[in-house]
Design a protein around this ligand. Structure first.
Ligand SMILES: C[S@@+](CC[C@H](N)C(=O)[O-])C[C@H]1O[C@@H](n2cnc3c(N)ncnc32)[C@H](O)[C@@H]1O
Length: 200
C-alpha cells in the first residue's frame, strides 16, 4: 500500500502555501487519500515543464496534487481537475478560487475529456484501468492527450515489490502502449508512478 494521505505530510517540513492549505483541507474533511509528498514533488517537476500548457487531472481529492502543480507553474498554465465527490469538489474549487486559471469541476472523470487534449494529464481518479470493476484505461488519442504530451498514473506498487502482481495488467497496458513511451518511476519502497509521453 502506498504511503500517502495526511500522515505522510507530518514530517515534510515547509510546504508550498497552497499545498499546506490543501493538506489542511483534507484533514478537516477526514480525507486520507491525498497524493504522497513524493508524488506531489514529481507532479511539480512535470508541471514546471508545461508552462503555458493545459493540464488535466482526474480525481481532485482535496486538491493536494493540484496544489503542487499550481505552485510550480506560472499564470500562462491552465488546469482543469474533476472530482466525483461533491463535498470535495466544492471545497477544492473554493481553495483555488483566487486562481482564475484553475478550474475544479464536480463530475465523473470521463467528462474531463471535453477540456482536452491535455499537455499533461494526471490520472488519479479514473482512466487508469487499475481496477477493471471501476474503470477501463482511457485511449490517449481519443481527445485526452496531445501528441508530445505526458500522462502520469499515480499509485502503483513497484514492480519488484510484494503485491505488485495485483496491478500487472494495468502496468503492462501502459508500459507496452503502442502510442506511448512509458516508464515506471519508483518514488519510495511502496510507491511507483508510470510516466508516459505520447509519441504518435
Ligand atoms: C487518490 S484520490 C485523489 C487524490 C488527489 N489527486 C491528490 O493529489 O491529493 C482519488 C479521488 O478520485 C475520486 N474519484 C473516484 N471515482 C471518480 C470518478 N469516477 N470521477 C472523478 N473522480 C473520482 C475520489 O472521490 C477521490 O477523491
Amino acid at each position: 500500500m502506498a504511503v500517502g494521505g495526511n500522515s505522510a505530510y507530518a514530517d515534510v517540513g515547509v510546504l508550498p502555501p497552497l499545498v499546506d492549505s490543501a493538506v489542511e483541507l483534507a484533514a478537516s474533511l477526514g480525507f486520507d487519500h491525498s497524493c504522497a509528498p513524493e508524488q506531489g514533488q514529481l507532479l511539480s517537476v512535470l508541471a514546471r515543464g508545461w508552462r503555458g500548457g493545459r493540464i488535466g487531472e482526474t480525481g481532485t481529492g482535496c486538491g493536494v496534487g493540484l496544489a503542487w502543480m499550481v505552485e510550480a507553474s506560472d499564470p500562462t498554465t491552465s488546469f482543469v481537475s474533476i472530482e466525483l465527490d461533491e463535498e470535495r469538489a466544492s471545497a477544492a474549487a473554493e481553495l483555488f478560487s483566487d486562481h482564475a486559471r484553475v478550474r475544479v469541476e464536480h463530475g465523473d472523470w470521463r467528462e474531463l475529456v471535453e477540456h482536452g487534449p491535455f499537455d499533461l494529464l494526471v490520472l488519479d481518479g479514473g482512466g487508469k484501468g487499475k481496477d477493471p470493476s471501476v474503470d477501463s484505461p482511457l485511449d490517449p488519442a481519443a481527445g485526452w492527450l496531445a501528441v508530445g504530451g505526458t500522462v502520469v498514473l499515480d499509485d502503483f506498487t513497484p514492480a519488484d515489490s510484494p503485491g505488485a502482481a495485483e496491478h500487472d495488467a494495468a502496468r503492462r497496458h501502459w508500459l507496452d502502449h503502442p502510442l506511448l513511451h512509458a516508464t515506471e518511476i519508483r518514488l519510495s519502497p511502496t510507491l511507483a508512478t508510470i510516466v508516459a509521453v505520447r509519441i504518435r
